[in-house]
Write a protein that binds this ligand. Structure first.
Ligand SMILES: [Zn+2]
Length: 566
């Protein structure tokens, strides 16, 4: 519509009612006079010419228009369609009588008459009403905070009016059929790769993938864990890669982003999956591969394809649907959900933590492995799980023979895998990479009192460990380290749960000594009150650290340089 306004005739005391939800410069409006009657103004720009149209509206029409955003939109859409847009012929505007009829029907008719009329009009405008509504909803989203609510109401109000049940069913069927067709196409694409999974490297199906990836791979081999797995990688300049574990293909990778071996990443992506480019966003990946397995969060999506699983990894920092964050496509025979991913096996942060002896047996060099892990912890690359044996206690505990399995668990801060390192009373040491999910299912063997296995230094240090001294069982826990007191105050707001861990200051300790646990309950309530507030005064005192237990966080807050003895 034109940018021109037609404000003439808007006398004293007149009101203006806009047909569209947001008053715009060139959108139609009704000027309502003192007598309650009004004039509808529509301005249409066509072929470099502006036409202003005016129509008389009654007080009843105005009352209806004021009540119903849907009817206002309908008048706009149909009138505008009649006047300018939806007619294929460039004939002059419809006769005024036709336009007046639009106004009378929509603002004067009953709901069912309007519904019938809009359905008919939508057909006549070749779906233009629905499209205009979609456009309206889309373009106006940014204009007003109420837009979303308005859009929803409008859409749900109109869609059933302008689309018949049969039409809706037809569209649903069409969508369903397209999804089924895509599924077949995607399965076909991955078939040669799927066929190679779990097969021996020399097998024809694996050799076929080697050909697809461009032959002449660079071979690299690793021993992983104890008991050791033998991993062999066939890395291609095309960005493709085959991982063979213990003689069978475990995973096939398509490195979308550049790697050392493939400077341009997997450039054959659009050939492999038609329409999928390297810079694709998440929704474009979904358009190409279909909907992923639902209910999984994180920077990857899993698609069940044929007999295998296609897992698509994005940069962890990728905004929801930003382009250029597609990183890697991994194909495996089993679903890696809640397990570790083969793509993490060469994680630069935690691979190679296990040190082997120089002897022919290639067993675990326990001392060197403990040192390597402690260096990793000191450098912040690994995190030690609190419930398990501390690295520095492993040798003493193992030597004491008091525990059947002396196990330490460490989490990698990059790939989030856990390393479970254990010394066994009656067996060789083990070292494995496991998922958080696996770790949660394991129960640590209780560590006997330090007096039974620790030296004097170690026993003295134990006295410095945070000890839980009191709790009300639900909203706070009190810890003591020597004279110092720490409180974990549980916080929640609506369905969000969290906590603050604070060291009690001298005045607070005095109040606790005076009022006992009642004081801690009051304190917890005080902390909880401002928990989600921007100006929460407790935030700066919070000792909570991501991934650490209360005890670990307290120890970290008390840590002094001489305790770093890695
Ligand atoms: Zn890692």
């Amino acid at each position: 519509m034109s940018r021109r306004r037609a404000p003439k005739g808007q006398g004293e005391g007149a009101r203006r009612l806009w047909l569209l939800p947001d008053p715009g410069e060139d959108e139609p409006f009704i000027d309502v006079g003192k007598d309650g009657r009004g004039t509808l103004h529509v301005s249409v720009a066509r072929e470099g010419r502006h036409d202003d149209f005016r129509f008389v509206v009654t007080a009843h029409h105005i009352a209806v228009a004021e009540r119903s955003a849907l009817r206002r939109w309908a008048v706009f859409a149909v009138l505008f369609g009649e006047l300018a847009v939806f007619h294929a012929d460039a004939a002059p505007a419809r006769p005024p009588a036709t336009c007046q009829q639009v106004i009378d029907t929509i603002l004067g008719g009953t709901d069912s008459e309007v519904e019938h009329y809009l359905t008919r009009m939508n057909k006549r405008f070749l779906g233009g009403l629905r499209d205009s509504l979609a456009l309206l909803s889309k373009t106006e989203l940014t204009r007003s905070p109420d837009r979303e609510a308005f859009e929803k109401r409008l859409w749900f109000g109109v869609e059933p009016l302008i689309m018949s049940k049969a039409e809706r069913a037809r569209r649903a069927q069409e969508t369903h059929r397209a999804a089924a067709d895509r599924e077949i196409a995607v399965r076909k694409i991955f078939e040669p790769y799927n066929d190679a999974l779990l097969m021996a490297e020399r097998d024809g199906v694996v050799q076929h993938v080697v050909e697809l990836f461009g032959s002449n791979p660079v071979i690299s081999e690793f021993q992983v864990g104890a008991p050791a797995h033998h991993d062999r990688y066939l890395t291609f300049g095309s960005g493709g890669e085959i991982m063979v574990r213990d003689g069978a293909v475990k995973a096939i990778f398509f490195h979308v982003q550049p790697t050392e071996a493939a400077q341009h990443g997997f450039t054959g992506l659009s050939t492999l999956i038609p329409g999928l480019r390297q810079e694709a966003s998440r929704s474009q990946v979904e358009d190409a591969l279909g909907k992923p397995v639902v209910g999984r969060t994180g920077p990857s999506t899993t698609h069940s394809v044929g007999g295998g699983f296609v897992k698509v990894f994005y940069d962890t920092w990728a905004k929801k649907d930003a382009p250029n964050h597609l990183k890697l496509i991994q194909l495996t025979a089993e679903d890696t959900y809640a397990r570790t991913d083969p793509s993490d096996e060469r994680c630069p942060c935690c691979a190679g933590m296990l040190v082997r002896t120089a002897s022919a047996s290639g067993g675990v060099d326990v001392g060197s492995t403990i040192t390597a892990l402690r260096h990793g912890v000191a450098a912040g690359r690994l995190r030690q799980a609190h419930r398990w044996v501390a690295l520095q206690d492993m040798l003493s505990l193992h030597a004491s023979g008091l525990m059947e399995h002396v196990a330490a668990h460490l989490e990698c801060t990059i790939c989030r895998r856990h390393m479970a390192f254990a010394l066994h009373r009656d067996a060789d040491p083990t070292f494995e990479y496991v998922s958080l999910n696996d770790i949660r299912r394991r129960t640590p063997e209780p560590v006997p009192p330090v007096e039974q296995w620790g030296d004097a230094d170690r026993i003295a240090r134990e006295a410095q460990r945070p000890e839980q001294v009191a709790t009300d069982g639900s909203s706070w826990i009190l810890f003591a380290v020597g004279e110092q007191l720490f409180m974990n105050a549980r916080c929640w707001y609506s369905a969000v749960d969290g906590s603050r861990l604070i060291r009690l200051e001298a005045a607070e300790v005095r109040q606790y000594e005076r009022d006992g646990e009642a004081y801690l309950s009051r304190l917890q309530k005080t902390i909880n009150r401002t928990w989600t507030s921007e100006e929460d005064p407790w935030r700066s005192r919070d000792l909570t650290r991501g991934g650490m237990s209360n005890e670990e966080a307290i120890e970290a807050s008390l840590a002094t340089p001489q305790e770093e003895q890695a």
